[in-house]
Design a protein around this ligand. Sequence first.
Ligand SMILES: [Zn+2]
Length: 218
Amino acid sequence: MNTVEGSVEARVSHEVDRWLAWLPRWRPGTHRARVRLCQRCFGSPILAAAGLEVDVPHPVQHAFSMRMKGIIDLAVDDYTARNLPMLHREIRLAEERKARRPYRAGEGLDPEFLGLELDPEPVPDQPFLFTLTGLEADAAAEAAEPAPRPFTMDEKEALREEVRLADDFAKQLGRRICSELTHHRERIAVAVAEFVEPQIEDLLADLDRELDSPGWLG
Ligand SMILES: [Zn+2]
């Protein structure tokens, strides 16, 4: 635990460096604004600690949030592997099951293709080398495996305790990152003023010009 604790300062500093290196390349998107609030960013104490909670476009915030999340995820994985054997095993098994998930030809298609027949009508004497339906059947057969043995009450209790410990560890680390970020607020603010604010001002100026131009009224 000490090694992880001891390096929080360095990791935060490093991830702030990388975010600062990315920031000059950021451009305001032309895509639609998100409809739902981002669970990761909305009300994030980490963004507040970094001074990024207001007047900063979401993609800029999000890139920062994800970098800090990466620090937490890695540290929690490490802590779990060292200290929480049951949880570690369950996570590993879940990952293995996910990797063996059957291939489904109908998944991940654009809405206009959903529910359509995936294979063309077979033509007599011209068999296809393989069909998507056949691939799905092969994959499903490979993935069939015996159901895992259910947990005993004691095991469930022990696992719950390990989940609680992992959660505590993540929260504690989140608080350390927040306090660490106070040392970086200044350079974060300088970069936002240099690379983000002028672009927002340009956007607003463009919008003003469009509203003022006679063409806009038709
Ligand atoms: Zn976000």
